[in-house]
Design a protein around this ligand. Structure first.
Ligand SMILES: Nc1ncnc2c1ncn2[C@@H]1O[C@H](COP(=O)(O)OP(=O)(O)O)[C@@H](O)[C@H]1O
Ligand SMILES: O=P(O)(O)OC[C@H]1O[C@](O)(CO)[C@@H](O)[C@@H]1O
Ligand SMILES: [Mg+2]
Length: 491
């Protein structure tokens, strides 16, 4: 694969997407947003943090591998695990204490929009979409301040029983508290010493402490559900946040009730626009019961498109019963990309999806069901567009507008990403999945699926990494839908 060729393809794709985006009438985005309290950890801060604990106790807690943060020891243990493994992780906490402890013992550098739906709403608004309808069941006054205010983000609000669309700053629930997550970002090569062992962080990464206040319900207000037609016209829906669902609630309800409501919302959206396409963006979900329910009860058969990173592919395969394949994706050995590809194909088949878009550092894979509209080139262009957005977000820590996003074109395509794809070429041509020429274009024609592979742009020292995956998925999904609308309009 020729680097210069891919740089040129990124350029053409960016300008084509910019031309197509105005054809979109709008996008519906729900459910989760929060305030991300972001803290970059350098050696000094880490040493200070570890100093608050008995190192032997840390080591013991690391061995427990806590699935939620109940006290500061759980936190430091999961932090060291994330640093050592280099795997993106999100761990829930159900107590306010850890927030207080972190504020008192560490503090954060800056706060900004968090949550897949929050990040995606702001990104789409910055891409100048005509309309972004955001729906956050727990929209507080403080949270509303984190939405872009360039006028194209609207939020449903019930006024005297009638649902109207208002800017988030006029649609919040006055009594609602705010959901604050802590994000610990740490850079490649950070040296970590604890309890006699020393290691270096293998890649830029982050740990998310996801706060789960008691009042959180992943559900849609009944009046808004009943008058859902008020959000239209929209061409697509990007849904996420299902990880908020708990197995059991104090009132006796269980996750099954919230899964059922989530499917009702999806079915109603589709009934209001049969052409509507629905994308679900995943995150790491610690609870395996909930992870499996999201995949097999909400995503499977109801949703068209799924966005996820490599760790989430492995975690999904694991709960779907493909332990071996899951392990080989995580192990990232020389067969890593093959297992990732096979795993993504398996997800498309098992979950009856049209599209599975996997983002990895340095390349993206998009699996497509046969008969999916658009040519492989048009799907490839959507991915290339999102690669430019990712570069711009990694460079600046945000996307101001399409002009700033264009600076992403100056970021080089990842040489490592190209190399990873080259190792995959032999597998594909060997199995007659594509000719060597087709591979050079990044096109794969399987017997029961097609696929796109692109090397992506990678920023050497990113400002922050959290939210880049959400940006990639949203940029590609929006560009794909925009191209479909542009063709429909006769262009
Ligand atoms: N320095 C970087 N430059 C460009 N892209 C990056 C960089 N770091 C991470 N990415 C992209 O961001 C993705 C992170 O995705 P994910 O873990 O889903 O993040 P999040 O869910 O926080 O948005 C990676 O898979 C990679 O494609
Ligand atoms: O699961 P939660 O608490 O909604 O948090 C999702 C987390 O994932 C992100 O959206 C990144 O994908 C963060 O901004 C956010 O903290
Ligand atoms: Mg993600």
């Amino acid at each position: 694969m020729d680097m210069e060729e891919w740089e040129q393809r990124h350029k053409e794709a960016f300008y084509d997407a910019k031309e197509a985006l105005p054809y979109l009438d709008g996008m519906f985005v729900a459910y989760n947003s929060n305030i991300d309290a972001i803290r970059h950890l350098d050696e000094e801060a880490l040493t200070k943090l570890i100093g608050f604990f008995d190192e032997a106790e840390i080591q013991e807690r690391v061995a427990v591998y806590p699935r939620e943060i109940a006290d500061p020891l759980d936190f430091i243990a999961r932090l060291l695990i994330a640093m050592r493994e280099g795997k993106a992780a999100e761990v829930p906490t159900y107590t306010e204490e850890i927030h207080t402890w972190l504020k008192e013992h560490l503090g954060f550098d800056y706060a900004r929009m968090g949550g897949q739906a929050g990040i995606i709403s702001n990104l789409l608004a910055r891409l100048d979409l005509k309309k972004v309808v955001a729906y956050i069941p727990w929209l507080s006054a403080e949270q509303a301040e984190y939405f872009e205010d360039n006028g194209n983000i609207l939020h449903p609000k019930v006024e005297n029983g009638e649902v109207v669309l208002k800017p988030p700053s006029e649609a919040f629930n006055p009594g609602m508290g705010s959901k604050v997550n802590w994000i610990f970002e740490f850079s490649k090569d950070l040296k970590v010493s604890c309890a006699g062992s020393t290691f270096k962080v293998p890649r830029d990464n982050r740990l998310i402490i996801s706060s789960r206040p008691k009042w959180i319900r992943l559900d849609m207000d009944r009046a808004i559900y009943d008058q859902l037609e008020t959000i239209f016209p929209v061409d697509g829906a990007m849904l996420s946040g299902y990880q908020m669902i708990k197995e059991e609630y104090e009132d006796g309800s269980t996750y099954k009730d919230y899964v059922e409501h989530s499917v009702e919302v999806i079915n109603k959206l589709k009934s209001l626009n049969p052409d509507l396409r629905i994308h679900v963006e995943l995150t790491s979900i610690q609870n395996r019961v909930i992870r499996k329910a999201i995949l097999t009860e909400i995503v499977a058969r109801h949703v068209h498109s799924l966005g996820l990173d490599t760790v989430e592919v492995a975690n999904a395969l694991n709960v779907l019963g493909y332990e071996e394949l899951s392990y080989s994706v995580i192990r990232k050995g020389e067969n890593g990309i093959m297992s990732l590809y096979q795993g993504a194909v398996q997800l498309m088949k098992d979950l009856k999806l049209e599209r599975v878009h996997v983002h990895s550092l340095g390349f993206y894979i998009c699996i497509l069901a046969k008969g999916h509209p658009l040519t492989l080139k048009e799907h490839r262009d959507a991915l290339l567009f999102s690669s430019v957005l990712a570069a711009s977000r990694a460079l600046h820590g945000k996307i101001e507008d399409l002009n700033e996003a264009e600076t992403g074109l100056d970021v080089p395509v990842s040489a490592q990403g190209l190399e990873d794809l080259e190792t995959f070429k032999l597998y594909c041509t060997g199995r007659k999945l594509c000719s060597p020429d087709e591979f050079e274009y990044g096109y794969i024609y399987g017997s029961d699926h097609d696929a796109i592979l692109i090397p992506s742009k990678v920023v050497d020292r990113p400002k922050a990494t959290v939210g880049i995956g959400d940006t990639i998925s949203a940029g590609a999904f929006a560009a794909m839908l925009a191209r479909m609308k542009q063709i429909k309009s006769g262009k």
